[in-house]
Write a protein that binds this ligand. Structure first.
Ligand code: HEM
Length: 117
């Protein structure tokens, strides 16, 4: 059970890597757009995160306040990616505030995960 949980944490981290990696590629190539890969990363991190939110394979009580905050941040990131891609589809560019917030909030969620115990 414990090993299975570690595998789900691994999948969760892959989702984070895909989401943040896709964002870094957009930032460093100066395209500043949103891409399908970001949606995939968010979906993988989100599904694995929800699975991890249940208390299985651990001997302690999960920090539900922290998990709730992470869920809210994930929903906000999803909304920003949605608004950004709608703007892109209409031929416009993603507003800088939306683009940068996606990266900052993704890092914030990883920071919350590792720093808040
Ligand atoms: C963009 C979104 C997210 C990012 C970047 C992210 C990042 C991370 C990272 C880096 C870890 C590893 C921390 C560690 O092992 O010390 C982690 C663990 C965890 N995350 Fe997330 N996360 C995200 C979304 C979510 C969501 C939506 C949930 C739940 C609703 C969630 C629940 C958890 C849980 C429960 C753990 C602890 C796993 C364990 O050690 O058993 N995460 N997350």
């Amino acid at each position: 059970m414990e090993t299975l949980r570690h595998i789900v944490v691994f999948v969760h981290l892959i989702g984070f890597a895909v989401l943040f990696g896709a964002w870094v590629v957009e930032a460093t190539s100066r395209r500043f757009g949103v891409t399908r890969l970001m949606n995939w990363g968010l979906a993988i991190a989100g599904v694995a995160g929800l699975v991890l939110a249940a208390p299985w394979g651990i001997s302690y009580e999960p920090n539900y306040v922290k998990i709730g905050v992470k869920l809210v941040v994930l929903i906000v990131i999803g909304a920003l990616i949605g608004i950004g891609s709608a703007r892109q589809r209409r031929g416009g560019s993603v507003p800088p505030a939306i683009f940068w917030s996606i990266g900052v909030l993704t890092l914030a969620n990883a920071g919350i995960a590792v720093i808040w115990r």
